[in-house]
Design a protein around this ligand. Sequence first.
Ligand SMILES: NC(=O)c1ccc[n+]([C@@H]2O[C@H](COP(=O)([O-])OP(=O)(O)OC[C@H]3O[C@@H](n4cnc5c(N)ncnc54)[C@H](O)[C@@H]3O)[C@@H](O)[C@H]2O)c1
Length: 72
Amino acid sequence: MQKRILITGAAGFLGSHLCDRFIEEGFHVIGMDNLITGDLKNIQHLFKLEQFEFYHHDVSKPYSCRNSLLLA
Ligand SMILES: NC(=O)c1ccc[n+]([C@@H]2O[C@H](COP(=O)([O-])OP(=O)(O)OC[C@H]3O[C@@H](n4cnc5c(N)ncnc54)[C@H](O)[C@@H]3O)[C@@H](O)[C@H]2O)c1
């Protein structure tokens, strides 16, 4: 089974590079960002990938996503 990882701040400078790296490493990446300083341009190249999903959400608030994974 493919490993999954949650990257918070995914649309930021560090987070977007982490998304790229973990996808390269074969992970399914769940990116989360409230876009307070981040920019979707940093990760727009990932949206076409099946192994990437993005949630526009504040990580300090509870969130339930696909496959009923409770993220926070
Ligand atoms: N080319 C470069 O060398 C370059 C470019 C940009 C930034 N930097 C440096 O990188 C550092 C900043 O990068 P960073 O990645 O830490 O900051 P960032 O602002 O780029 O990323 C933080 C991300 O977290 C998100 N975020 C913040 N609070 C959140 C919350 N509650 N829920 C969800 N998402 C939330 C923001 O929207 C943002 O996308 C600075 O030191 C800056 O000088 C360097």
